[in-house]
Design a protein around this ligand. Structure first.
Ligand code: SAH
Length: 226
């Protein structure tokens, strides 16, 4: 799989993309993630990518021209790229959508910043807008990184143990939430690990975990309703 981020702030993306499971997936060649800076397509001495909004108002708007240049370059690099754009007004990213995105060959994720991107980019390129929640960020980079993380961990071979993605919350196999987990030591600040988990009785362990998953999911439904 290939993922291209279009961002005027590539530095803010480096560490999350180089670290842990996403970094390992890249090093193993499961995913090729690249950051493309529209500044490279900006004219003038200062390589400006933002300007004041027509019609007045606060803040700056990302200019269409550098973004279009960058998009034309990136979109031409594969036969069927899927173009996404970060926006608080977009469709909410969820696990089912992440699963769908993980089957694509090439994702291109356009990151807005400041007040957003010149609307003509939306008119010309028709990106799918996605949001990571009902709050406003300073830029789309964090949202794009959330999408990369959620998608990359679903790629075959990305997780150490393929079963982890199966029992995860929202994975669609049984109740919505995963069971709680414990590791050494057996007792921490007076709290022991549940007896069943150290019994070695795998049927019993699965029974307990399944019960906990159902309980947690029901609790969440209750709190969502109240
Ligand atoms: N004026 C815009 C918000 C701009 S925030 C509005 O009210 O709709 C600046 C940029 O951050 C956006 O263009 C978008 O790319 C990104 N962004 C902000 N909040 C986001 C969210 N919840 N999900 C995804 N991207 C977001």
């Amino acid at each position: 799989m290939r993922i291209d981020l279009i961002t005027a702030f590539p530095d803010s993306c480096r560490s999350p993309l180089d670290t842990s499971i996403v970094g390992r997936a890249r090093r193993r060649g499961l995913v090729d993630i690249r950051c493309n800076d529209p500044r490279a397509w900006a004219g003038g001495w200062h390589r400006k990518v933002d300007d004041r909004p027509f019609g007045g108002g606060p803040g700056m708007v990302m200019m269409a021209e550098p973004i279009a240049g960058c998009l034309d370059f990136v979109l031409a690099q594969s036969p069927a790229p899927l173009l996404l754009m970060t926006s608080p007004q977009g469709r909410r990213l969820d696990q089912a959508w992440a699963r769908e995105l993980a089957t694509r060959e090439h994702l291109v994720v356009l990151c807005g910043h400041y007040e957003g991107i010149d609307e003509r980019i939306v008119e010309l390129y028709g990106p799918q807008l996605f949001s990571i929640g009902d709050y406003v960020l300073t830029g789309g980079e964090l949202a794009a990184l959330v999408l990369c993380d959620a998608v990359v961990r679903l790629l075959p071979g990305a997780l150490g143990n393929a079963d982890s993605a199966v029992s995860d919350s929202f994975s669609g196999n049984g109740p919505a939430f995963d069971h709680p987990c414990y590791t050494r030591p057996r007792e921490f600040r007076g709290l022991p690990v549940p007896e069943t988990l150290i019994s070695g009785d795998h049927a019993d362990i699965e029974k307990k975990r399944s019960h906990q998953r159902q309980e947690r999911s029901a609790q969440r439904e209750d709190s969502a309703q109240s």
